[in-house]
Design a protein around this ligand. Structure first.
Ligand code: PMP
Length: 278
């Protein structure tokens, strides 16, 4: 494992965040989590483009080009000596005496590279449970910002109820998971929430969308309700760290047969092939 702070690589235990760091005080920054398989960062370009979108949305001027971030990330992976790892990259509006107004200072870039979080095998084999939770977040969830309090609270509630994920519901419709995108399957058709300001444009969602197309399956990007979820044949979530993960119960109610579905299983296999072929 290795850390990086504004131009230097550090030990992860080294204290490095100044008191007046705006990420720390305001959550005034954006981030990305990138999965590295066999030393290769998966869909890195897409992650960096989303980082750029997030930065522009909060009027944060990145001080490096996407090519430079790419080089930096590759250097960090090399230095970590890890093969399968998670890269966490965070850019904040920098260090300045606390004041809501933007300071005239350089942005801060920090990064960690750690062994990939591996999902216990039985969870992937058997699927996981989820709960419904009100989506209490702000209007701009397409920004991958450091402000994650509603996500954290929803995930913790799910955990305390013995569930893996909270499926968020805003104005009667499912938006996404607390840290994932949500898909349902009904009569062979796959549905997922359309992109809008209310959800994050997941990189795994993007990968799954392209797999669905090449497999000749049907994806409908359309809003769906809690009832649609409960009446579906399959539910699965997607994220960088969970990849494609079947949800087999929601609020204690069985989805379909209560076992991982055929489509989620197929998509997961194809996803593994996509990783191997990248
Ligand atoms: N939505 C939210 C709110 C998330 O935090 C995440 C995880 N970053 C996702 C969706 C999935 O995005 P990705 O596939 O890019 O990890």
């Amino acid at each position: 494992s290795i850390g990086y702070v504004n131009g230097r690589f550090v030990d992860l235990n080294e204290p490095v965040i100044p008191i007046d760091e705006r990420g720390h005080q305001f959550g005034d920054g954006v981030y990305e989590v990138i999965r590295v398989y066999n030393k290769k960062p998966f869909m890195l370009r897409e992650h960096l483009e989303r980082l750029q979108t997030s930065a522009e949305a909060i009027k944060l001027k990145l001080d490096q080009t996407l090519e430079q971030y790419e080089q930096l990330i590759k250097e960090a992976i090399e230095k970590s000596a890890l093969t399968d790892c998670d890269v966490y990259l965070q850019i904040t509006r920098g260090v300045a005496v606390r004041n809501h107004l933007f300071p005239d200072v350089s942005v801060s870039t920090t990064m960690t590279v750690r062994p990939a979080k591996q999902l216990p095998h039985h969870l992937r084999e058997n699927g996981v449970s989820a709960i419904f939770h009100d989506d209490e977040r702000w209007a701009n969830c397409y920004i991958k910002s450091l402000n994650l309090l509603p996500n954290i609270l929803a995930k913790q509630t799910a955990h305390e109820k013995g569930s893996y994920e909270a499926i968020l519901v805003r104005d009667e419709y499912v938006t996404e998971g607390s840290s994932s995108n949500v898909f349902i399957v009904k009569n062979g058709t796959i549905y997922t929430t359309p992109l809008s300001k209310h959800i994050l444009s997941g990189i795994t969602r993007m990968a799954v969308k392209s797999i669905i197309e090449t497999e000749g399956l049907t994806l409908v990007e359309e809003k769906f309700t809690k009832e649609d979820v409960l009446e579906s044949d399959e539910v699965f979530i997607t994220s960088t760290t969970s990849e494609i993960l079947p949800i087999v119960t929601v609020d204690g109610q069985k989805i379909g047969t209560g076992k991982p579905g055929e489509i989620a299983t197929t998509l997961y296999q194809k996803f593994q092939e996509k990783i191997a072929n990248e």
